[in-house]
Design a protein around this ligand. Structure first.
Ligand SMILES: Cc1cc2nc3c(=O)[nH]c(=O)nc-3n(C[C@H](O)[C@H](O)[C@H](O)COP(=O)(O)OP(=O)(O)OC[C@H]3O[C@@H](n4cnc5c(N)ncnc54)[C@H](O)[C@@H]3O)c2cc1C
Length: 352
């Protein structure tokens, strides 16, 4: 197997994300199913490739009574079966340092794992090269994919089958096919907060704003009332697509985000006003001041209004695969299994 990438090392969305393999909150149905399968693959691969799992689980904080109702509704679905309702008085069971007194409730999900993507992805590539004989052609641009020929800036690669995974580049390979999906791109603000004493029992933390973004909650009837309240109290946050995810790194610094701005060509600018909105939500969830920001970055990913992912089949031996939502770390392994099965004789359906 050969992987062709124009960069010297992974530098796109896959190393800029939270490394948060999210299950609870994914859209009911295929996305949630793929996330569960991908989590299992991540767990297996992380052990084999010596990728540390830094956190397990998710604590979804409900700051408002309307958010509490969303969590109650979620817990009544099949997806809530292994999750737990957490009364504010019990939140410290999961770790200290949160403004538990001001919360209406929380939900604990045991499913998630969190890795440090900027370290995990290079380790994964090294593991595939060393243990599974995968060849990585770096600093190599693919110009044309017509199996059995892949034309690259370093010559022709012969291939029985080709899977084009261009991330958010819609124009270099099979632009004709990709254009039909009407895709755009999403720019995200991310930051790292300085290490501080942090209760290492805490899982990844999210809060109310996430319940109107993540389809597993936002498609529940109770999310409408929460949305109305957030529109009146956090209009600017919503206008900038802000919600809160806080993940811990090995040195107790925190990866905190994020925001969502959509454009065909996102600008490269990262106004501090957007980061301030993210930190505003942070200080309503965590006790004390936010630690200083020690690093900022942006990332982009492919986005579609009508689908979370796409698998296009121009011919028997060619597939074009894009995750068109912020779910790639969570669902790609399962989707990859389906694509490979489909290519090699077990036809699949690919609900978006
Ligand atoms: C800031 C941020 C936070 C996120 N948070 C989460 C999260 O918490 N959970 C989650 O599940 N998902 C999250 N995501 C989404 C997830 O990271 C993406 O869905 C996923 O990484 C997409 O992977 P990819 O391989 O398609 O794209 P990328 O990682 O961008 O890789 C695409 C690669 O293709 C190469 N390429 C493209 N065209 C060519 C060509 N013609 N020739 C050679 N090389 C080419 C590029 O150089 C690049 O290396 C987040 C994304 C971002 C940006």
């Amino acid at each position: 197997m050969v992987v062709v990438d124009r960069d010297l090392q992974a530098n796109g969305a896959s190393i800029r994300n939270f490394g948060f393999i999210t299950i609870t909150g994914q859209q009911a149905g295929d996305c949630w199913r793929r996330a569960r399968r991908s989590r299992d693959v991540w767990a297996e691969v992380a052990e084999a490739a010596r990728i540390p799992v830094l956190q397990r689980g998710l604590l979804m904080i409900a700051r408002r009574s309307e958010a509490r109702v969303v969590l109650e509704e979620f817990l009544a679905t099949d997806m809530g079966a292994e999750c737990r309702f957490v009364d504010p008085s019990d939140i410290e069971t999961y770790g200290t340092g949160l403004r538990a007194d001001s919360f209406a409730a929380a939900l604990y999900s045991p499913h998630e794992i969190r890795v440090e993507s900027r370290e995990a992805i290079p380790r994964l590539a090294a593991y595939l090269a060393e243990r599974h004989d995968v060849t990585f052609l770096r600093e190599t641009v693919a110009h044309s994919a017509e199996p059995p020929r892949l034309e690259t800036s370093r010559g022709i690669v012969e291939a029985e089958a080709i899977v084009v995974c261009p991330g958010d580049d819609f124009h270099t390979l099979r632009a004709d096919r990709i254009a039909a999906y009407g895709l755009t791109r999403c720019k995200i603000h991310m930051m790292r907060l300085a290490p501080r004493r942090f209760d290492e029992r805490l899982p990844v933390i999210m809060s109310d704003l996430g319940m109107i973004r993540y389809l597993g909650y936002s498609e529940l009837p109770a999310a409408r009332a929460l949305g109305r309240r957030l529109e009146s109290e956090q209009r600017q946050h919503i206008a900038n697509g802000v919600h809160l995810i806080v993940a811990r790194s090995a040195n107790n610094s925190l990866v905190v985000g994020d925001s969502h701005h959509y454009a065909a060509t996102p600008d490269p600018f990262a106004p501090t006003a957007v980061d301030d909105l993210i930190l505003d939500e942070y200080v309503h969830v965590f006790a004390g001041d936010a630690p200083p920001i020690v690093e900022r970055w942006t990332g982009t990913y492919a986005s579609a209004k009508d689908r979370l992912m796409l698998v296009d089949k121009p011919s028997d031996a060619l597939r074009i695969v894009l995750i068109t939502s912020g779910t790639g770390a969570s669902i790609s392994f399962a989707l990859a299994e389906e694509v490979v099965a489909d290519l090699f004789g077990q036809p699949q359906r690919f609900p978006a």
